[in-house]
Design a protein around this ligand. Sequence first.
Ligand SMILES: Cc1ncc(COP(=O)(O)O)c(C=O)c1O
Length: 332
Amino acid sequence: MLQRIPAYGRRASSREELLALIDRIRGIIGSTPVRCFQLGGYRLCVKLEYVNPTGSHKDRIALYMVRGAIESGVLGPGGCVAEVSSGNTAASVAWISWSLGLRPVLFVESRASETKKSLIRMLGGEIVEIHDEGLGRDWVRERAEELGCVLLDQLSNEYNHLAHYETTAVELLNQVSQVDAFVMGVGTGGTITGVARRLRESQGNALVAAVTPRGSKLAGGPGADTIEGLTSHTVPEVYQRHSSLIDRVVEVESSEALAGIEALASATGILAGPSTGAALAAASKLVAEGALDTGSTVVIVAADSLARYPQLSSQLRLGSGRGDVLLNSWWS
Ligand SMILES: Cc1ncc(COP(=O)(O)O)c(C=O)c1O
């Protein structure tokens, strides 16, 4: 039977109607495929989160955070939803909110690219530009309040963690019977901690490795290198709250993340974004240092697609040999 598409953009007249619409939108988020490949003596499985409607894993948390706000009573029909993001979360929050007849307001750094801003606008989002990066979260909270918006704040919102604990991780464990290592970049820490918690409950001994840019705060450094989608200058509250679930922190240089994109593309045909390239680079380091037994299954997440980063095309070339350095460790 054909699924009836929710009445996108229609303003619900009650909280119950909003929650019913959310249930229907939930049906088109998640249930993303996993592809597994034999790489030398190891199995690499990749969960393809770019299959989600707006192209990333953030659709899951946007739905959970908005639903949480509705259930707690702070957000009602026609209400306003705010978030600080110019990336994947911005697209997800704009899309979910607009679909529910809510007003999405996104706080975006003024130097964010016009491509990113246009995507947010296309998805129904209003943009408030942050011209001075030093203004911080209090400033954003005050502006959001002035506008009458509920600030979701993915960096501290526990529904971020919960979305991955209840959906991403459950799907993953149904799709991959034995997970020996889960390697994931940290932006807010929602994905890695949500999946890690479920892994700990069902398969106690999986190695959970957090991937972070070289010299980041999370790795005890000053916050030097950057990889898009991953945090460098802060250790987010969601990550801090659940950091006892993490076994290892693996630092990756931005150039290694690019090599990881090429390696993944040449070994599997999957075209993923830089955070996934960083995860592949980190997994390759773990394999190279003997942290994983031969025969292990390593899981990474393709949080988004390379298609979201047209500016990277000129820096990448399949067959350049850069990716081989990473892939060799899986075969030797
Ligand atoms: C492309 C990309 N990869 C990875 C992450 C990290 O996910 P999380 O915020 O769940 O740690 C993000 C988060 O912003 C992202 O946008």
